[in-house]
Write a protein that binds this ligand. Structure first.
Ligand SMILES: *Cc1c(COP(=O)(O)O)cnc(C)c1O
Length: 428
C-alpha cells in the first residue's frame, strides 16, 4: 500500500518512507488514500492482550511491516515502560468512563506513541537501507518534547532536537527535557509560543537547500516526531480499540453497542486516531472535540470557518492544548473530500490570510461525526473540584476540559451513548 500527500495525490510513499520523511515534500501530510485499504474485522482483536492487539492493528495499518516484525517492535517499545502491561486502562467515573493514557515513562499520553516511533524509525531505516543519520526535529508545548526525548535517547542512528516555547511549558516539563541524558539529544528554548516553534520546524523541513546541505555534508536527514508523522499517529488508534474491548469485557456495554468519545484536543492527532478507529469499524458514534480557551476548533466545527486571523493565542492551565494551527485537521479534511487540490488551496489560504472556509457538503459530514465544545480555565477548575467531590477521582487540567465538554454534550444530547473521556496527563 502506498501513502500519499494530502496536497498532491501523486506524491507517494511506502509506510517506511512516510515514517522516515515525517512531512511530505510539498508540505502536505502523508495519508492513506481511503480506508478500504486498511479495513479489518476489529472483533477479531477484542479478546487479545494489549501488546498482541497493538501488533495486529499496527501491522494492518503499516503493511510494510510483517506481523512478526511488528511483534518485536511492540515488545521492545512497550515492555517494562508502562505501569502495567495493559498500558492504557479505562476506569468508570460517575456515569462516564475515563481512558487513562498517562501511565507511561514521562506521565504523558504521548508516551503511548513515542515509545513506538523510534522503533518504527530504526526498522524503516533498515528496511530501506538508509545509512544516513535521521535527525528528529520537533516542536513541543511540553509533553511531546519530554516523551520524544525519552523515547529517542540513546537510539542508534537517530538524534533528536526539541524546540519549546520559553516560559510556555511547566517547570517540571522544562526540567524533564533539559536534564534528559544521552549524547543524541538537544533542547532549545524559543522566544515565542508553540505555534512559533512549530512554524520554525515546518520551515526547516520545507527548506530544500538546507536539507541538501545537511545530507551532502553531514549525512543527516531530517524527520519529525510531531503527530504530523504517520508513525506517531497510528499507535494511538490502538487504545480506542482496547478501551472498547475493556468496556465489553467488564460488561459495561454489549459488543457492537456504540460509544461516544471525548478528546482534549490540540494538534488534532488524538481525535483523528479516534476517527481512524471508527473508520476501521469500531462502534464509535460521536467524536467530541474539546478545546480550552483557544477555541479555534470549536468554532471551526460549528461554523465551517477556520479563522486565526485575529485570534489571540491564550496561555491556559492546559498548555498542551494551547494551539491555533491544528495540523492533523488537514488529514481529516483530505479524507472527507478526497480532493488534494482543495486541501492545497485551503492550506494556502490559511497561511496567506489566516482563514479558510470548507464547502457546505464537507461541513455536513463534519457535523455528522463531530460535536465540539470548549471549557475555560475557571470551568476546568470547577470540573476538577466536582469530579473529586462526586466521584473521588482526581483529573488533570486537560482531562478536566474534556470532562466538562462531555457534560455539556450529554446535556445537549440526552440520547447519548456511554461516553469515554480521554485523560491525557497525570494530575500529579
Ligand atoms: C498533546 C496533548 C494533547 C493534545 O493532543 P493532540 O493529539 O495534539 O490533539 C492534550 N493533552 C495533553 C496532556 C497532551 O500532551
Amino acid at each position: 500500500m502506498q501513502y500519499q500527500s494530502t496536497r498532491d495525490k501523486n506524491l507517494k510513499a511506502s509506510s517506511a518512507q512516510a515514517i522516515l520523511n515525517g512531512l511530505a515534500p510539498d508540505g502536505g501530510l502523508y495519508t492513506m488514500s481511503s480506508f478500504d485499504e486498511v479495513k479489518f474485522d476489529y472483533t477479531t482483536v477484542l479478546n487479545m492482550d494489549t501488546m498482541s492487539m497493538s501488533t495486529k492493528i499496527l501491522s494492518k495499518l503499516l503493511p510494510d511491516f510483517s506481523e512478526a516484525e511488528m511483534a518485536k517492535l511492540v515488545h521492545d517499545g512497550y515492555t517494562g515502560k508502562f505501569e502495567t502491561d495493559h498500558l492504557t486502562p479505562t476506569v468508570p467515573v460517575g456515569e462516564d468512563f475515563i481512558l487513562e493514557l498517562f501511565r507511561g515513562p514521562t506521565s504523558a499520553f504521548k508516551d503511548v506513541a513515542l515509545s513506538m516511533l523510534p522503533r518504527l524509525m530504526t526498522a524503516s531505516k533498515e528496511k530501506l537501507g538508509v545509512d544516513d543519520e535521521i535527525m528528529i526535529l520537533t516542536a513541543t508545548s511540553g509533553d511531546t518534547g519530554k516523551a520524544a526525548l525519552e523515547g529517542f535517547k540513546g537510539v542508534d542512528g537517530v538524534s533528536i532536537g526539541v524546540l519549546f516555547p520559553d516560559g510556555g511549558v511547566s517547570d517540571i516539563q522544562r526540567k524533564q527535557m533539559v536534564t534528559t541524558t544521552g549524547d543524541n539529544v538537544q533542547v532549545w528554548a524559543v522566544r515565542g509560543n508553540f505555534d512559533d516553534c512549530q512554524t520554525g520546524v515546518k520551515h526547516a523541513f520545507a527548506d530544500e537547500k538546507f536539507a541538501e546541505k545537511l545530507l551532502d555534508e553531514y549525512r543527516i536527514a531530517l524527520s519529525s516526531a510531531n503527530s504530523i508523522n504517520w508513525g506517531r499517529l497510528l499507535p494511538q488508534v490502538v487504545y480506542y480499540i482496547s478501551s472498547y474491548a475493556e468496556l465489553v469485557a467488564a460488561g459495561k456495554i454489549e459488543a457492537g453497542c456504540p460509544i461516544d468519545v471525548c478528546v482534549p484536543t490540540g494538534n488534532f492527532g488524538n481525535i483523528l486516531a479516534a476517527w481512524y478507529a471508527k473508520q476501521i469499524g469500531v462502534p464509535i458514534e460521536r467524536l467530541l472535540c474539546a478545546s480550552n480557551d483557544n477555541r479555534v476548533l470549536t468554532d471551526f466545527i460549528n461554523t465551517g470557518t477556520y479563522d486565526i486571523s485575529d485570534r489571540e493565542f491564550i496561555l491556559t492551565s492546559s498548555p498542551s492544548m494551547d494551539i491555533l494551527v491544528s495540523s492533523n485537521l488537514e488529514r481529516l479534511l483530505y479524507l472527507l473530500s478526497g480532493d488534494d487540490k482543495l486541501i492545497a488551496d485551503l492550506m494556502k489560504q490559511l497561511s496567506e490570510n489566516g482563514e479558510y472556509e470548507v464547502p457546505g457538503d464537507m461541513l455536513e459530514k463534519l457535523h455528522e461525526l463531530f460535536w465540539a465544545g470548549f471549557c475555560d480555565d475557571e470551568g476546568a477548575k470547577t470540573a476538577i473540584g466536582k469530579v473529586w467531590k462526586d466521584d473521588h477521582y482526581l483529573c488533570d487540567t486537560h482531562t478536566a476540559v474534556a470532562w466538562d465538554v462531555a457534560q455539556q454534550y450529554k446535556q445537549a444530547n440526552p440520547e447519548h451513548n456511554a461516553v469515554v473521556v480521554l485523560s491525557t496527563a497525570s494530575p500529579y
